[in-house]
Design a protein around this ligand. Sequence first.
Ligand SMILES: [Mg+2]
Length: 259
Amino acid sequence: MKDVLDTFIKNLIPGKPLVLFLDYDGTLDDFAPTPDDILPNPEVIKIMERLVSDSKIHPILLSGRKLEHLRALLPVDKLCLAGTYGLEIQPVDGTLLMQEAYDTIRPTINRIKPVWQELIQEDAAFFLEDKGWSLAIHGKFVNPETSQRVLQEALHAATPLIDRDLFQIIIDEKFLEAAPILANKGNAVLFLVKKFGYENMNYLYIGDDEKDELGMQAVQCLGGSAIKVADTQVKTTADWYLENPQAVRVFLNSLPGKI
Ligand SMILES: [Mg+2]
């Protein structure tokens, strides 16, 4: 951890603030049993409070979780929260900012939801997550064969129901999500930097999963760097690795006063 911190600090542009993009699950804290579990971590809250009180650091929580959950997880004044991959944003002043109108998105979700609900009925271990702006099936606790088959069926069932100009479907072995095209972390990084006038600063992105890679690339395009929370076998665009959320918390705790 110390090597990553020292190298990161050495590479900073002197005198410029740091815009710090942070994923939540698997990055700041271990995974909750299901995405609907909201288990605030007092240590993470304390670290966020320290970060926002440093005028040189602008932390932004950028998560696939819905904004409502992020608010419950991180009740921290002046912390910018960007939920549903940056579609719904609570800036530092506590107001609400949307990248896309809810009414243009929701009818598609309403069409897909009953179809997916029926498909996952065969195994109670599936979990359907309605984030409002997107809909996801989690198959983490389902046996791999069933998970892959049902997710493929769900993909085929949803494809004719979505407007390709507005929506995308993301699939891997254990997860399927129908989400607006704008809902990706790379787009969110660029949107937030522009919206908040954070151009020409230092940037760091810390995240653990596939969906963070686009955010990392966007930050690297801005001249910043990225940290992957994983062991070093995992392929990534990131510049450095930290092994787990605990190492990330130690790293973040060391930042105030160093920028
Ligand atoms: Mg994560």
